[in-house]
Write a protein that binds this ligand. Sequence first.
Ligand SMILES: [Zn+2]
Ligand SMILES: [Zn+2]
Length: 367
Amino acid sequence: MEFKAAVLERVGAPLVVRTVKAAPLGPFDVGVRIRASGLCHTDLEAILGSVATPMPVVLGHEGAGVVDAVGSAVSRVKPGDHVVCSWNPHCGHCFYCERDLPILCDQHIGAHRDGTIGGDRPLLSVDGRVLHHFMALSSHAEYAVVNEASAIAVPKEIPFDRACLIGCGVMTGVGGAVRMAKVTPGASALVVGCGAVGLNVVQGAVIARAEPIIAVDISDTRLALARRLGATDTLNPTRDDAVARVRQLTGGRGADFAFEAGGGEAPMQLALEAARPGATIVILGKTDPNKQVALRFGSLMGEKRIVRSSYGNARPQRDFPWLARLYLDGKLKLDELIDRRLDLEQINEGFAGVKSGSLVRAVITFA
Ligand SMILES: [Zn+2]
Ligand SMILES: [Zn+2]
C-alpha cells in the first residue's frame, strides 16, 4: 500500500509530503482512509522538539476517515465504517485500565515513546527507511494504519472535518469538565486559556449545566468565540483583575471548578488563585516536561483537589459516539472551531498559523 503523507525528518525541519509505504496489516490492525485531520498544538511541539518522538515521523493525531481494511482478528469495526481515531488505544484489563486510568494502559503506553502503534514490527517506510508513527496514529496522510483500539466507529451523518476534532481537542476539553472534574449543575466553572481545549471545556461546562462559566484569555477574538460556545462571562487579564472579578462573580468565594488550558505558570497560577477553598482544579495545559514550575504555595492550600489530565479521562469507545451524537443534536458546536481547511500540501502554512496563535483549528481535508 502506497499513499501520500507529511513527513517530518528532524526537529525544526519543514514537513515534506512524500509517497510512503505501509506493510500488510497485522491481525489487530485497521487501515483507515483518512478524510480529515486536525492540526493540534502537540504536533507543533513535536516539530519544535519540546515533545520527544522518534524520527522520521508522520505527525497527526486528530483524524477521521473510513475503514478500508481490517486485520484477521479485528472485531470492532468493518470496512466502510466511519471512524474517529483515538490516540489512547487501551486494552481494558491491565493494572491501569482496571483502575479507570486507560490513558496509562500498560499494553499501549510504550507506543507513543517508540513511535509505533504497538509491537516491534515497523509498519511505515519511506525510501526503504523506517518511518515512525506519532501518538499511535499518524493522521496527516491519505491513509493510516492504527490499532483496532484506536478506530472508534461514529455515526455516518457527522461530516469528517468536524468528526476529526473529537479525537483530541474536543475530547480533552469536554472530557476535562464532564469526565474528569465531573462538574455539577449550578456549579461555577472557570476556564483559563481559550484555545481548542479551553473552548471545549466551556462546552463541557455548558453540557454539565454549570453557571456561571467564566472564560479567560488574552485574545478578545477567542473570548468572543468562548461566548458563542456558552461562556457567561469573559475576562482579559491584560485589562481585568481576573482573580478579583472571578471572586465577584462567585459570591466572593472563587470558582467551584477551575480549568487551566493555557500552558505554563501564569495560567496555572491564575486558575489556582481564582479557585475557592475545596475547589477542583484540572490542569490540561502543557509546558516543557523538563521545565521547573514555580507556584505560590498558599494557592495550593485550602483543601483543593488538583489533577492533571491529558485526554479528559477519555473512554473513546464510550465518548466519541456520544460527542458525535451531541453535535448531530445541536448540543455541541464544532463548525465554529474550524478557522481553515487545507490540502495536505499546505500543511506548513497551517502550522505557521498554529504557532502564531491565529488559528483555533485548521483541518486538512482529503477528497
Ligand atoms: Zn492533540
Ligand atoms: Zn490496559
